[in-house]
Design a protein. Structure first.
Length: 233
């Protein structure tokens, strides 16, 4: 099952011009960074070691400008973003879900800057709320030195536990959130009910009130994300 998809059009690696254009995108970002944000971070992580180090500062600056919604003059990182795809080569990056496993399928045509810029520009086109979280995931990916696998998924999504939380949360965010807060019952709970349940579970999970110290941080993060999803809907 394809969880996220990014299509990129770019000049060939040996071409004298350095151009790119964004193609079709399927980048779900709820709850942020979502499978879309994880894919974009994976693209950046896959290519960052091959990027000219002299471009790192400009890349970081570009992520922050796009996050803030600034208009971006071209070219950036010596490459020009355009809408015209004529004469450009096509690449597709995918995030697959198989059972409880997630894997990246990163295309290898073009230059590292083509794909990194495509991921960053795609993130810049996201709605303001999730955009900041996805850009933060991309900046995490810029520092990644491990394999492009499940450990990267956990790193980018901020989940230090197991992958099933991430998968369940992204496939059905509201259903997952209701389950985490123990509010299943066939109806959407009122805001006050969510808040009361959240506070009770946070208190129970806290080590000062008998919660397991080893798992408290993950549990509190899980509860906070579940509350955010339900209150944002």
């Amino acid at each position: 099952m394809i969880l996220a998809r990014l299509e990129v059009f770019h000049s060939r690696a040996i071409a004298p011009t350095r151009r790119l254009a964004l193609g079709e995108r399927d980048l779900p970002v709820s709850p942020a960074p979502g499978f879309g944000g994880i894919l974009l971070g994976g693209v950046v992580a896959a290519y960052i070691a091959l990027l000219d180090p002299e471009l790192f500062d400009d890349l970081d600056r570009l992520t922050r400008q796009l996050e803030a919604g600034y208009r971006i003059p071209q070219p950036r990182l010596r490459h020009r973003l355009q809408t015209d795809r004529v004469g450009l080569q096509r690449s597709v990056h995918l995030l697959w879900g198989e059972g409880e496993d997630v894997r990246f399928e990163i295309d290898d045509k073009g230059s590292p800057a083509h794909h990194i810029l495509a991921a960053v520009y795609a993130a810049g086109g996201l709605p303001l709320g999730p955009r900041s979280v996805v850009m933060a995931a991309i900046r995490k990916a810029m520092r990644w030195t491990g394999d492009i696998d499940g450990s990267l998924v956990a790193h980018l999504s901020g989940v230090s536990r197991t992958q099933p939380w991430s998968l369940a949360a992204h496939r059905d965010p509201v259903g997952w959130a209701l389950s985490v807060l123990g509010l299943e019952g066939g109806r959407r709970p009122a805001r006050g009910e969510v808040q009361r349940r959240f506070r009770a579970l946070v208190r129970a999970a806290h080590p000062d009130h008998g919660g397991d110290r080893a798992t408290a941080a993950d549990r509190l993060a899980e509860l906070s994300e579940a509350r955010r999803i339900l209150l944002a809907g």
